[in-house]
Write a protein that binds this ligand. Sequence first.
Ligand SMILES: Nc1nc2c(c(=O)[nH]1)N[C@H]1C(S)=C(S)[C@@H](COP(=O)(O)O)O[C@H]1N2
Ligand SMILES: [Mo]
Length: 530
Amino acid sequence: MEPSGRRVAAASVLTGAAAGLVGGLAMSLLMLTLRLLLGVATTSELLGDRIAAMLPVDFFLSLLSFFGGYNQLKQLGAGSVLAGQLAAAMAGGALLGYLVARERRARPEAVLTAGIGIRPLRVVIGLTIGAWILLVAALWPTLATEYAGLPSGPATLVSIIGLGVDLGAYLAVTLLAFAWLSRTPARGSDAAGPTRTRRWVLAGGAGLVLAAVSGGLLKRLFEMATFSYDGTQYSGSNLEPITPNDRFYQVTKNLIDPIVNGGLWRLEVSGHVDRPATYDLAAIEAMTSVEQETTLMCISNPIDWGLMSNAVWTGVPMARLLETVAPRAGAVEVLCHAADGYTDSFAFEKAMDPTTLVAYRMNGKTLPQHHGFPARLIVPGMYGEKNVKWVTRIEVVDQPAKGFYEQQGWGPNFEVPNRTRIDGPDLGQSIAAGSAVRLHGVAFGGDRGVRQVEVSTDGQRTWQTAELTYPGTMLTWAFWTYGWRPQRAGSYKLAVRMTDGTGQQQTAERRGTAPQGATGYALATATVRA
Ligand SMILES: Nc1nc2c(c(=O)[nH]1)N[C@H]1C(S)=C(S)[C@@H](COP(=O)(O)O)O[C@H]1N2
Ligand SMILES: [Mo]
């Protein structure tokens, strides 16, 4: 009876795989629902961040260019985890089917509960708990992610419980589906065939419904996703010195940005301190605030791109919060944590600088969700990534600590070097000889201000001083303009460079964005026709 035994086992494995798929779909549905309603991090997000932080920067950038950008990579990552999860769910179900078939053959006399023996049941429950423990251990560094903005302790707990609930739902649905699919009809019933077929059709239908509902949820989540705006640049010819909030450049590591509940949100200031403190939003807003115009720029902003904007931020100097908690001797850095599990660090001295802020207003308005509601850091002179959005915890550390991007190998110097950009006019068009051309653009010197901008129209042989139409402050960009009247037809090599408020000139050395941000003059070629 070997072949038939084998056939029975195969049927059981197949039934298990189908049940596992239904269980996996139910688990995905639950996971997406918890994400949508409560901001509980999904495995796609937790695993994605866990892996992303471990990717060396060069490999990360080659992945970006291979798949066509950050958004494509994010989608591929999230999709792979979801697909992998369903595959694992089916494999788990198949294992259940195999164990049950073996049990039936080994101990046909044993009483099977709903067609599943106690021993297979024990094994799959054990394996599920094992998977939970393994997941928690593997994802530990990212478990404080909670997109509604819960403090890190409760956030970690919510992630752990969330994973447990997901796996529990998987196990329960898989067992039920398996028991139901493999239920043998009462002896003597001649409806065995049709009944079985109908059960499979029903199970298939249930699977389809689950898949459809999950698909609907995915669509909803996709509409909320960052794909439509991550990488938005502020560039073009109609730039204002103060960037309107809805045009401010945007960069985020997330698939879906946090929607922080301002009532639940707390800012913890803790770590290597004597008197850790926790603030709610009202407490932060009640403190004496400062208004500070500051320009932010992403480290991955190529010389001629627009991942750079300027706003007036309202907030509380971080030094005030730090003084309150009494940092201990030996504090070297602050490691800042956010609702999305993001982290970044900078020198304790920089944290104590009066211009380093915990900001909650942007150009006089409540901080927009995508820019970090309810609070973000403003760290003048350092690349955008240090300006942690949706900040939830400032941890004083006595050892240097690496944040999300620094772990990838960005840095170690995150100070914005001097830079210039040519914004206009459109040099794709040729210029008539003898006509007046108004060259214009921006210059940015981190927290050192912009003292002078120079323009060369002859391949860097001679330099002329440009006019600063918007001089800005030490912490902001400046707008420059230069009136040019080319007399002869030909091709002109333009270059723009700046000198910052400390007298330091922009370097001509061309350097790419990784790992410390791009350098080199702004260059362009103009064609002048007779
Ligand atoms: N919590 C959190 N903060 C973050 C990021 C993030 O992904 N998560 N991205 C950083 C990066 S790389 C940049 S350049 C700036 C962008 O800020 P903006 O979108 O408000 O312009 O936010 C920084 N702060
Ligand atoms: Mo950035």
